[in-house]
Every structure is written in C-alpha cells, then in structure tokens.
Design a protein around this ligand. Structure first.
Ligand SMILES: CC(C)(COP(=O)(O)OP(=O)(O)OC[C@H]1O[C@@H](n2cnc3c(N)ncnc32)[C@H](O)[C@@H]1OP(=O)(O)O)[C@@H](O)C(=O)NCCC(=O)NCCS
Length: 158
C-alpha cells in the first residue's frame, strides 16, 4: 500500500561529500562539469525517492551555472532538499560547495531538479504532501511555485 502520510523536508534531505580525484578532472585540472551534474542528479534522486518512498525519475534540470572552478583535491559537499511537491512531481534544490581541509567553503553551484515518482509500469504516481512548518521552507516553496510555472510553460506542458 502507498504511504501518503505528509512528510517534512528534513526527512528526505541529503548531504553527500566527494573528494575530487584525477578521474573527475578535465584537461585544465578542474572538475568536469558533467561529473558535478551527475552528483547533483544522484543527490536529488535519493532525496525525491526518500520523500516518495519509491523510484523517481529525472524530468527536468533548471539552468545550472558553474560559478567557481572546483579543483583537484577539493572536497565537494552536495546538499539536496525538497522544496515543492505536486501530484507526482517533486522539485529538489541542490547546493554545491567546494572546500579544502581548512574548513573554508565556497559556493560552487545551485541547481533545481524535478523528479517524477513512478510505479512499476513507469507511470507517474502520487507522492505525499510536504509539511511546511518554518519560514525558510515556506519561502523556498513560494519561490518553487514560481519556478514550476515558468518550467512548465517552457516545456509546453499543460
Ligand atoms: C517523467 C514521465 C514519467 C512523466 O510522464 P508524463 O506522461 O509526462 O506524465 P504527466 O504529463 O502526467 O506529468 C506527470 C508530472 O510530471 C510533470 N512534468 C512533466 N513534464 C515535465 C517537465 N518537462 N518539467 C517539469 N515537470 C514535468 C507534470 O507537471 C506532472 O506533475 P504533477 O503530477 O506533480 O502535476 C515521463 O515523461 C518520462 O518517463 N520521462 C523520461 C524520464 C527519464 O528517462 N529520465 C532520465 C533518467 S531517470
């Protein structure tokens, strides 16, 4: 039976840490952008799967801007948190920070990724509502509603 009990964003939040090794870098010695996108997708996928308690597939990646080069030896922290749920879709905010071992971190990337929960036939299935009990989550949710409207208009999706 599907568990549709509303869930708090804290229940599904994800934090991943990765060390940038030679196999993650490009010819300039900085991290390959596709590797960061892959980690963003994985973090958001785990987060949305935890919320939905089932498999969810990536349906949209909003604009992604690489604002700071990530270098060999950097420690990358990727955090993901649900900001909005629809009937079957979920928007996940993903924040990427780079740092060394001195504790100083720098913002490297922000992404918004939309996942859709699917059933065994890979058809969209309903997801639990989101509990919004604090102002930061409510603010993220208000902003997510605006992004969702723009995203669906761009995708020409009804
Ligand atoms: C995701 C998928 C199952 C949705 O199927 P669909 O027939 O478009 O389903 P619907 O039209 O009923 O839309 C389902 C939800 O997806 C949302 N959606 C569909 N296309 C979207 C898009 N381009 N951007 C954002 N949301 C989208 C809809 O708004 C709807 O949300 P809601 O249920 O919260 O209201 C289907 O498009 C698919 O399988 N895509 C490929 C996914 C994939 O292979 N990803 C990469 C590997 S994981």
């Amino acid at each position: 039976m599907t568990d549709l009990q509303p869930r708090h964003p804290d229940e599904s939040a994800v934090q991943m840490t990765e060390l940038i090794l030679p196999q993650h870098t490009n010819a300039l010695g900085t991290c390959f952008g596709g590797q960061i996108l892959s980690w963003i997708d994985i973090a958001a996928g785990i987060c949305s799967g935890r919320h939905a308690r089932c498999t969810a597939v990536t349906v949209a990646f909003d604009d992604v801007h690489f604002v700071t080069p990530i270098r060999l030896g950097d420690v990358v922290t990727i955090r993901a948190r649900i900001t909005l749920v629809g009937r079957s879709s979920m928007e996940v905010w993903v924040d990427v920070q780079r740092g060394r071992y001195d504790g100083v971190t720098e913002h490297a990337n922000t992404a918004y990724v939309t996942f859709v929960a699917v059933d065994a036939n890979r058809k969209p299935r309903e997801v639990p509502a989101l509990i919004l009990d604090n102002e930061p989550d409510r603010q993220r949710h208000r902003e997510a509603l605006e992004r969702r409207a723009i995203r669906l208009a761009r995708a020409n999706h009804p």
